[in-house]
Every structure is written in structure tokens, then in C-alpha cells.
Design a protein around this ligand. Structure first.
Ligand SMILES: *Cc1c(COP(=O)(O)O)cnc(C)c1O
Length: 485
């Protein structure tokens, strides 16, 4: 299996270890598999009898064929152990006539764990496979969920060091405490006086700084990133879609060949792109419903064929979806319109902030995708409704998807899988408010109150957080970031 860039026709072919180490292609494009491997009915039926780590080992072996089965087996077993996920890695809850695929039972209670628990292991192995002599130095700028999931994933991973920067007033107190109390001998956490953009542009500046690169090289390191454009983060996300179909087969909820629709709360387009690849492999999926909050650039794109980022940015109760440039959409452009058109669109996006696709390409895209957006009021009303009607508590991101799934319902007879991306406790104040409760000013009080009101169990990592020991307290100006290396 070889990987090529989304932006150059006949670009150089690389194997997966190289691509995972490298992240971005040299032309600025994203790496994509040259061909999508097939899953047959026989494959899916035998996967249905396996555990989650076994399914992960098999699916990943199709894409990462320069890793041995033994390496993938160990990586999957380590990443998706009962110890890390408290049971099955990606369980399904049936709520009325819909299925909720809960991807947040990992160590940080957000779906980023599904990829970030295994990708560090793949990166560490890639160093040996590519003959790399230096170790990886990962820099992350985070607005919340990614930083903690990356810290937890890279913690004490061989040949990797990680440093996370977050805006001091730009993350919730729970997120702050999650990061500041991180364990591990290879981790560092620094807060920035500024907003997320300051942290992000600071990291980009360091990546582009030749003297920083040299200084690192002299000390035996090279820069790397944990960003969701890395194929090593995307491939593990294909697994849970296959796994969900297998579980529904095994439980008799589906017969083989029944199409399953999927609704995904979307930000950077990584999660839903993984569903698209699963469908291309042959998994019997119907429509992929892209759910947006009021930053509805993606749903507009699916409905109009125009991607226009020249619009107001809203801060919402589902912050992990507050995005105007969805990087992974580039991979869909490549699969549907080819490398030349992708490069043209990405150049236009950079220079003019807008691009559009021809109607025949959009017709192709609309065979697989539908798009629905959800207002802040609708998000809150959906949380309220699902809890009052069915006793099912969902977080603000999942609620956007549940709302979109309800809007889509009339278009399809298929069963619907709604992707649930965070524990409701991760966004306790907004969830409490949606339930019509008074919200305590302290986030930890909000957490406990949500538990008292709903009786839904608090994930262990969040329950223990209030008393966790703080290890990192550094606060710096953005221009001092480089000095912390
Ligand atoms: C990152 C994130 C999303 C968005 O996923 P993408 O792959 O960026 O589309 C949705 N919900 C939560 C809770 C997230 O952390």
C-alpha cells in the first residue's frame, strides 16, 4: 500500500511509516492511500466475531502493510485495552430507533482518544522502520480536547517528547486541570497569555524557524505534529465504523447488506472522512450526514458546492466544531475531483478564501453526503429532549449530530448511527444549562451538580480530577514560546 499527495498528479509514492512520521506531503498536500482496500462480506462477517483490538489490527493491516501484524496487534491491544477504555472501546447505545456510537470512553473522555491512543505507538515504530536516527519532538497548540488527548497518548512513549501550548483564558477549568496534572516524563505543558490563534501561530512560527530546527537536530530531535491531517490519526478512525456495523450484525440489529446511515458532528472533517473511506472499502453504508453547528461552512458547501470561509465566526457550546477551515475536506476533493482540481481549490482558498466545485462533482459528493446545521437553541433543546424522553444524556457535540439526524430522517428508510464524540461531563456547564438547571460558577461544582441531577456516572478521569496534583504552572507570552524548547 502506497501513499500519494492530494495536490500533485503522479506524486512520489511513500509507504505508511514514512507518511506517519512526515505528516504533510512536501507540496503541502495531505497523504492519501493510492487505492482503497476492499472489505468483503466474508471479511465483515468474520470481523463481527472479533474483539475491538482484533478488528483494529486487521483493518490497519490493510492500510499499514509495512507494519507487521505483530506490531499492529501489540499497538491495538495497548491502545484499546480494558484498562484504558473501561470495557469495550466503542460501544453502541440504542436510543429509541437510533444507535449512538460512543467514542468517548477513553482516558480523556473525548473521541480524539480513539486515534491518539494508537497513533503515538505507530509513530514510535515508524522511526525504526524509516531508519530515523533522531527522536520526535511534538508541538501542539490546543483549544482544549486535542491537547489532553495528545498528552495522554504520547505520555511515556519511546523516542517521543511532547509539548502542549494552550491559551490561558481560552480553555475551560476542567480542560486546564486535565492538562496541568498530566503525568509522564516526556511531557510538558505551557500556557500562553493570548488566545488560541496566538498559540497556533506561535507553533507554526517555531516549525518554520530554521535555527530552532538546527538547535533541535543538534540535540537529536526533529519536529513533528499530532495534527489530524496525519494519516496516522485518520486510519484508526476507519476501524470504529467497521466495528459498529459488525456489532449491529452480531446483535441482529442489521442483516448483512442492510445500509446504515451515519451522522457525524463535524469540525475538521476527519471523523466523517473516515466513514467515507469505510464506505469506499465496501462497508454497507448509506448516507453520511455531516452535522454542523452555526459555523455551518461544511453543510453550506455540501448543499451549494461553494466553500466560502469569508463569514462570521461563532463561538458555540460545541467548541470542537468551531472551525472555518476543515483540513480533511481536501482528501474528499482529491477522491472526487483529482489532484489538479484539489490544488487549484486549495490555492484559491488560501488567496481568496473561497472555491467552488463543478456540479457533476457535487452530484457525486451528494450521493454519499448530506449536510444539516443546528442552531445553539436547537442543540440545547436536543439535549433536553433526549434526556427527558429517553433518559439519554448527550454532550453538546453529539446533540448537534442527533439534531441533524432528526432533520435527515424523512429522506431515508435506513437505520441511523449517530456518532457521539464526548462525554456530557466534558461540557458539564452547557449540558446543565440545556437541562434548564442553574449553572454553578465553578466547573467542578457543575460536574457534581450534573451528576446529582441526572444520576449518570461521571467518567473516572473527570471524577478524580479535582484532587489531581498540578505539575505544570508556567504562563508565558507568545513570543517566549521558542525559549521553552
Ligand atoms: C474534534 C471533535 C469533533 C470534530 O471532529 P472532526 O474530525 O474534526 O470533524 C467533534 N466533537 C468533539 C467532541 C471533538 O473533540
Amino acid at each position: 500500500m502506497k501513499y500519494i499527495s492530494t495536490r500533485t498528479k503522479n506524486s512520489e509514492k511513500q509507504n505508511s511509516a514514512y507518511v506517519i512520521k512526515r505528516g504533510l506531503a512536501p507540496d503541502g498536500g495531505l497523504y492519501v492511500p493510492e487505492e482503497i482496500p476492499a472489505l468483503t462480506q466474508g471479511d465483515i462477517e468474520s470481523l463481527a466475531k472479533m474483539t475491538y483490538p482484533e478488528r483494529a489490527e486487521y483493518i490497519l493491516s490493510l492500510f499499514l502493510d509495512d507494519y507487521t501484524r505483530e506490531e499492529l496487534k501489540n499497538a491495538a491491544e495497548g491502545a484499546y485495552s480494558t484498562e484504558k477504555f473501561g470495557g469495550v472501546a466503542a460501544p453502541i447505545s440504542k436510543v429509541a430507533d437510533k444507535y449512538f456510537l460512543e467514542l468517548w470512553h477513553g482516558p480523556t473522555s473525548a473521541f480524539k482518544d480513539m486515534a491518539l491512543q494508537i497513533m503515538p505507538r505507530l509513530l514510535s515504530l515508524s522511526l525504526g522502520k524509516t531508519g530515523e536516527e533522531k527522536d520526535a519532538y511534538i508541538l501542539v497548540a490546543t483549544s482544549g480536547d486535542t491537547g489532553k488527548a495528545a498528552l495522554e497518548g504520547y505520555c511515556d512513549i519511546d523516542r517521543v517528547k511532547i509539548k502542549v501550548f494552550y491559551p490561558v483564558d481560552g480553555v475551560s477549568n476542567i480542560q486546564k486541570k486535565q492538562m496541568a496534572s498530566q503525568k509522564g516524563s516526556n511531557v510538558d505543558v505551557v500556557s500562553i497569555k493570548g488566545n488560541f490563534d496566538d498559540a497556533q501561530s506561535g507553533v507554526k512560527k517555531i516549525f518554520a524557524d530554521e535555527s530552532a530546527k538546527e538547535m533541535l537536530a543538534e540535540n537529536g530531535y526533529f519536529f513533528s505534529s499530532a495534527n489530524s491531517i496525519n494519516w496516522g490519526r485518520l486510519a484508526p478512525q476507519i476501524v470504529y465504523y467497521v466495528s459498529a456495523y459488525c456489532d449491529l450484525l452480531a446483535e441482529g440489529e442489521l442483516n448483512y447488506g442492510d445500509l446504515l446511515d451515519i451522522t457525524v458532528p463535524t469540525g475538521n472533517f476527519g471523523n466523517i472522512l473516515a466513514a467515507y473511506i469505510a464506505k469506499k472499502m465496501g462497508l454497507p453504508l448509506g448516507k453520511l450526514v455531516c452535522a454542523s453547528n452555526c459555523n455551518d461552512i461544511l453543510t453550506d458547501f455540501i448543499n451549494t458546492g461553494v466553500y466560502d470561509k469569508r463569514r462570521e465566526f461563532f463561538t458555540t457550546v460545541s467548541p470542537s466544531m468551531d472551525i472555518l477551515i476543515s483540513s480533511n475536506l481536501e482528501r474528499l476533493l482529491y477522491f472526487t475531483a483529482g489532484a489538479e482540481k484539489t490544488k487549484e481549490c486549495m490555492d484559491k482558498l488560501a488567496s481568496e478564501g473561497i472555491y467552488n466545485l463543478d456540479s457533476h462533482v457535487m452530484d457525486e459528493i451528494r450521493k454519499d453526503f448530506a449536510g444539516y446545521a443546528c442552531s445553539e437553541e436547537e442543540t440545547k433543546a436536543t439535549i433536553y429532549e433526549f434526556f427527558k424522553k429517553y433518559g439519554y444524556l448527550c454532550d453538546t457535540h453529539t446533540a448537534v449530530a442527533a439534531n441533524a439526524a432528526l432533520k435527515f430522517e424523512k429522506e431515508s428508510q435506513n437505520k441511523m448511527l449517530v456518532v457521539s464524540t464526548a462525554s456530557p461531563y466534558k461540557f458539564a456547564p452547557a449540558v446543565l444549562s440545556a437541562l434548564g438547571e442553574e449553572v454553578p460558577s465553578d466547573d467542578f461544582d457543575a460536574l457534581e451538580k450534573l451528576n446529582a441531577v441526572t444520576k449518570v456516572a461521571i467518567p473516572e478521569n473527570l471524577a478524580n480530577l479535582r484532587s489531581a496534583e498540578v505539575r505544570f504552572t508556567k504562563v508565558i507570552n507568545p513570543d517566549e514560546m521558542i525559549n521553552t524548547l
